[in-house]
Design a protein around this ligand. Structure first.
Ligand code: PRX
Length: 648
């Protein structure tokens, strides 16, 4: 870890929204002393209420917390309509295509397109409040229109990342019992067309019977198969729609969207976010963490298929009335300077990405940032995994020219928005450290029984008070919700939210995230449950048992390594490894491909049959085995596996 501390640039801090730690503590102390009052002030200031709420926080059915009970609002109004009086001609979205094509979409245009899309969904497909709509979309503005059109009607969207396979898409459609899928023929990546519609077709032939219609946006105009009666062309239908579609008055606690994410056990969980609390925190964190100012152009490089894309490409920026950039392509194509050229061309003021992308950009083009004018940049953000000192230093010095604040934002799909992050005008930054909980967030490093973990030791990262944008439920599985998030830690006898991450607090009160404490691995900043990958590998006929662990990876942060016991050891071959990866691709998608596979005669199991994953993790990292192996059914297996891994 870099020992140096980086104080906020005074030039920048003087105009910042939260300009000092005193200002931070003023806010945080208000939250500590008067929690409801703190949130009430912001809810009243930020949200255009259609009907007032009667209670800030209802804890009577914990952990099913309710915020701003009986209030009425609409997120599409919050993100579009209420800005029209002052911002009609300001860019809401700037879109850059893979091939460099650029489109500027003003708030007035966004309004027209979202209203038309909402009318299309309503009039042609009967989409109404509470219906589930699955989006399987590329990074094109229509993805944002579709999200906002759903919120206008009160329909619940569930976006499935375009890298997921047809089987994964089908599972998510079936779990949510979605009524329609919105997709595209495909899009462009690295100069070439790629396809999405065929994946939807495949998902629907094998199940997903709830789907009544598929709405297809034509983007790359490649040939696609078409099922008459089920498939509908967006491009042919949209123009005829009226651009006036009144928005639904939604209850604060009406569902806003579902987003599936991996857990340590079982199938992916449909994380449910609701209306008022989510949009409030999306807007507040957008303003505070990125210190939003007039004329800013914000670029978050995530995909809309992940929570970062939901909150910081679409909802946060638009609720805050800023300009958000959407990019279809990859930041290293046609060359390693692409991202920096875009920062220059669009006058980007905040650039928000994942450490994995920073490592890739660094590796492929160390000096590329120097070729472009990046002088408009004020804030650089990172998200998704801890950032290593090497990447941090390059980001700070070469990209940020040693004058931009770096905000290392810690949060999760379940938290809806940032939880722990520096504030660019206030926090002195320790590289690799997420620093302090944001005002209003009560984050504590504790033991399972609620005792504070001593300074400098690893404990459990808990958010000990409910917050507005928190997960409300797991779709269709309230018991799993309680167990997964409120089953591990208690404070003063009351169940508190446990993130699944470990953390450490230092003598200055700074929080450092030390990584997951469960069997979830973090591949390129994306969560992957080992159980999910194991279930996919198990689908291959040759496999008897399998254990999957994370392995350090130069670019991805963590890669996936599988120890596989074959039914017939003689089947072991390089071809079989390829075939197993093919099964993973079909079951989950290319993001879950194994970086390494070792065929082993057995796994290290205790006498009760529990696989000792810690040993497997140590072996693949080449670490000395310090764990007690005497409890293993067959201790000699450890040396055998070590030998095989060394050889492979
Ligand atoms: O382990 C933490 C890690 O990513 C997990 C959340 O993953 P996901 O729900 O996919 O959301 C990713 C984008 C918000 C967390 O449990 N994580 C996220 N941000 C950081 C992080 N680890 C360290 N530092 C971060 N800044």
């Amino acid at each position: 870890m870099l020992k140096e501390i980086f104080k906020p640039n005074p030039e920048f801090a003087k105009d910042a929204l939260i300009p000092s730690m005193d200002a931070y503590w003023k806010l945080q102390n208000k939250a500590i002393e008067d929690y409801d009052g703190f949130w009430k002030d912001f809810a009243d200031e930020k949200i255009e209420w259609l009907a007032p709420y009667d209670k800030v926080l209802d804890e009577s059915d914990a952990p099913f917390y309710k915020w701003f009970t009986n209030g009425k609002l609409n997120v599409s109004n919050q993100c579009i309509d209420r800005h029209l009086e002052t911002k009609a001609n300001q860019n809401a979205i700037i879109f850059e295509g893979d091939k460099g094509d650029v489109e500027h979409i003003t708030y007035a245009q966004l309004s027209q397109r979202v209203n038309k899309m909402a009318n299309l969904l309503k009039n042609e497909f009967g989409v109404k409040k509470g219906d589930r709509v699955v989006l399987y979309m590329p990074m094109i503005p229509e993805a944002a229109y579709a999200m906002l059109a759903c919120t206008r009607l009160g329909a619940i969207h569930s976006i499935v990342f375009g890298g997921f396979s047809s089987a994964a898409l089908r599972d998510r459609i079936e779990d949510a019992e979605a009524k329609i899928v919105i997709t595209a023929d495909g899009a462009f990546r690295k100069g070439k067309p790629y396809m999405l519609k065929n994946v939807v077709d495949e998902a629907l032939t094998k199940g997903a019977k709830s789907i009544e219609a598929v709405l297809v946006v034509k983007r790359n105009f490649e040939e696609i198969t078409w099922k008459e009666g089920r498939d509908h062309a967006y491009n042919d239908l949209i123009d005829a729609q009226s651009d006036v579609c009144p928005f639904e008055a939604m209850d604060s606690e009406d569902p806003l969207f579902l987003l599936y994410t991996s857990g340590s056990t079982g199938k992916p969980k449909g994380v449910l976010h609701t209306t008022a609390g989510y949009i409030l925190w999306a807007q507040m964190t957008m303003e505070w963490v990125f210190d939003l100012r007039k004329n800013d152009v914000f670029w978050c490089t995530a995909d809309v298929g992940w929570i970062t894309g939901h909150t910081y490409i679409v909802y946060g920026p638009l609720a805050a009335g800023t300009t958000t950039l959407m990019f279809e392509g990859v930041p290293t194509y046609p060359d390693a300077g692409r991202a920096w050229k875009m920062v220059q061309d669009h006058n980007i003021t905040q650039f928000y990405t994942a450490p994995t992308a920073i490592r890739l950009l660094h590796k492929t083009g160390e000096d590329e940032p120097k070729k472009y004018d990046l002088s408009k940049l004020r804030i650089l953000g990172t998200v998704g995994e801890p950032i290593d000192p090497h990447a941090w230093k390059w980001y700070y010095e070469t990209v940020g020219n040693s004058k931009c604040a770096i905000v290392d934002t810690y949060w999760q799909t379940e938290t809806g928005g940032h939880m722990i992050s520096p504030l660019p005008g206030a926090t002195a930054i320790k590289p690799g450290c997420a620093t302090f909980a944001l005002p209003g967030i009560i984050a504590e490093v504790i033991e399972e029984d609620g005792t504070p973990t001593p300074v400098g030791e690893k404990g459990l990262m808990c958010i000990t008070r409910p917050w507005p944008s928190m997960i409300r439920n797991i779709w269709g599985d309230p018991e799993r919700f309680k167990k997964a998030y409120f089953g591990d830690c208690k404070k003063e006898g009351k169940a508190v939210y446990f993130t699944g991450d470990g953390a450490m607090i230092d003598e200055d009160g700074y929080l450092t995230i030390t990584g997951r404490t469960d069997d979830v691995i973090n591949v390129s900043g994306h969560r992957m449950g080992t159980a999910e990958v194991e279930a996919a590998i198990d689908e291959h006929n040759a496999v008897a048992t399998v254990a999957v662990v994370g392995v350090p990876h130069e670019i991805k942060g963590e890669g996936i390594f599988a120890y596989i016991v074959l039914k017939n050891p003689e089947d072991a071959s390089e071809e079989l490894k390829v075939a197993i990866n093919k099964v993973i691709k079909a079951e989950i998608g290319a993001i879950a491909l194994c970086d390494g596979i070792a065929f082993v005669p057995d796994l290290p199991k205790t006498r009760s049959g529990k696989i000792m994953r810690r040993i497997l993790r140590s072996i693949v990292k080449g670490e000395e085995i310090t764990q007690d192996t005497s409890t293993l059914e067959d201790p000699s297996i450890v040396a055998i596996i070590e030998g095989i891994v060394k050889e492979s």
